[in-house]
Design a protein around this ligand. Structure first.
Ligand SMILES: Cc1cc2nc3c(=O)[nH]c(=O)nc-3n(C[C@H](O)[C@H](O)[C@H](O)COP(=O)(O)OP(=O)(O)OC[C@H]3O[C@@H](n4cnc5c(N)ncnc54)[C@H](O)[C@@H]3O)c2cc1C
Length: 397
């Protein structure tokens, strides 16, 4: 039975695997290259704004169109069925049931198809709901995105009714909700959490990993019953396992944060159409925005970008004022490109080495690069380790 499991990477994928295995009484070591857990899903204190900020995207319900000034709200209700599309008062304004039925081909679209070849990428419903939802989920311009991945998102959100679309907001930041409780649970279970511990190389023999090399120190031997889960981003994974096929193209996400008290009654999340900003989040003392598929903004001077975003924020939130203390965070390789071409490069969790499994938002989860996909990938890798233990028990070794 695997006695010890080494998990490389303390992002959400690695932590999900670790929590599942910790609860199944494995001895665990988590090796993280940086000094903190959470990977791309983390919170940190920002000195420019004097606030704790984090990465976040996606929301639904209230919307504003900056070009026309029109505001509306989509009411998905709390059913497990998408009954809201039958109710004119709860649908996107100026849309008909027929517009929603035209989205049906997305539900069973194959992985190789483009969104643009599967559903109409124009018209009111597209502009006011489908485009913002798919842009946030896929992080590419929806027509060039994978219809298979988009279909998975629609099946698990809009088609599953309001119950599946409840917006969950990490009031105190993503780290406080997802990362710190996982680290605490692992520490309580006696797991070793090793920060600043970057895996440099695997040593393999006889079809298995038999040592982990971290550089500058002795290698860690992997016992006959031990297993390794590699939960690092695709570029790191490809350099550690030469020959591994991974997605190779990525898209940026830009987040902007402004130290500003939201006006009374402002919704916690607001979809913004017709501007640079796509989603606006209201927190105590802070307004934050997310912009997906943001490669076009990566080279723009920071101050200019902050000003442009602040103009949108003022219009959307109905506030005025000079640029307050701000921070712009540009993640160049935020997610892999959710196109059919890149989606086809995602490997499953099993490798050519029988005690080495893969996890990560970029592995073949059936979902775009999301927190949900990361958790599923970590759980899946952990389940393979559990199956290995079960297999050995049955064989009596
Ligand atoms: C700006 C931004 C906003 C986002 N917003 C959302 C959102 O609102 N909703 C959503 O669902 N998703 C969102 N995402 C996507 C989500 O954050 C990711 O899908 C998820 O965090 C990926 O987790 P992961 O564990 O697979 O990878 P990562 O978070 O990349 O974790 C991998 C870890 O491995 C470590 N590592 C790398 N190499 C080594 C090595 N050799 N040895 C040891 N450790 C190593 C890294 O330091 C890192 O900690 C966003 C992403 C970004 C960048």
């Amino acid at each position: 039975m695997p006695k010890t499991v080494h998990i490389i990477g303390a992002g959400i994928s690695g932590l999900a695997a670790a929590v599942r295995l910790g609860n199944a009484d494995f001895k665990l070591h988590v090796h993280e290259a940086t000094q903190q857990a959470g990977g791309r899903c983390r919170s940190y204190f920002d000195a420019s704004t004097n606030l704790t900020i984090d990465n976040a995207k996606r929301a639904q319900f209230p919307f504003v169109d900056l070009e026309t000034g029109q505001r509306w709200q989509i009411d998905l209700g709390d059913s497990r069925l998408p009954l809201w599309v039958f109710d004119e008062g709860r649908r996107v304004p100026d849309t008909s049931l027929r517009d929603y039925l035209a989205l049906a081909p997305l539900i069973w679209a194959g992985q190789g198809r483009l969104v643009g070849d599967t559903i109409p990428c124009h018209g009111t419903l597209y502009q006011r709901l489908v485009q913002p939802l798919l842009l946030a989920a896929l992080n590419v311009d929806p027509p060039e995105g994978s219809a298979g991945l988009a279909g998975a998102v629609v099946r698990e959100t809009l088609l599953a009714g309001g119950e599946a679309c409840r917006p969950l907001i990490a009031r105190d930041g993503l780290s406080a909700v997802l990362v710190e409780p996982a680290i605490k649970l692992l520490q309580d279970k006696g797991a070793g959490i090793h920060f600043g511990h970057e895996l440099r190389e695997f040593a393999m023999s006889a079809g298995r990993v038999d040592a982990l090399k971290f550089g500058g120190e002795n290698a860690i031997a992997i016992g006959a019953d031990d297993a390794v889960i590699m939960a690092v981003p695709p570029r790191a994974a490809a350099s550690l396992l030469p020959g591994l096929e991974t997605p190779s193209k990525f898209r940026a996400i830009v987040n902007g944060h402004f130290r500003f008290d939201p006006p009374p009654g402002m919704p916690p999340i607001l979809g913004v159409i017709g501007g640079t900003v796509e989603w606006l989040f209201a927190f105590p003392n802070r307004l934050s925005v997310t912009i997906s598929n943001a490669d076009r903004l990566v080279e723009m001077p920071r101050e200019e970008l902050a000003q442009a975003i602040w103009q949108d924020v003022c219009k959307a939130a109905g506030v005025a004022g000079d640029l307050p203390p701000w921070q712009i965070v540009r993640e160049r390789r935020a997610t892999f490109e959710a196109t059919p071409e890149q989606n086809a490069l995602r490997p499953g969790p099993v490798t050519a080495w029988k005690n080495l499994f893969l996890a990560g938002d970029w592995t073949d989860t059936g979902l775009p690069a999301t927190i949900e996909g990361s958790v599923r990938s970590g759980n899946r890798a952990a389940d393979l380790v559990l199956a290995m233990r079960q297999d050995r028990r049955l064989k009596g070794s």
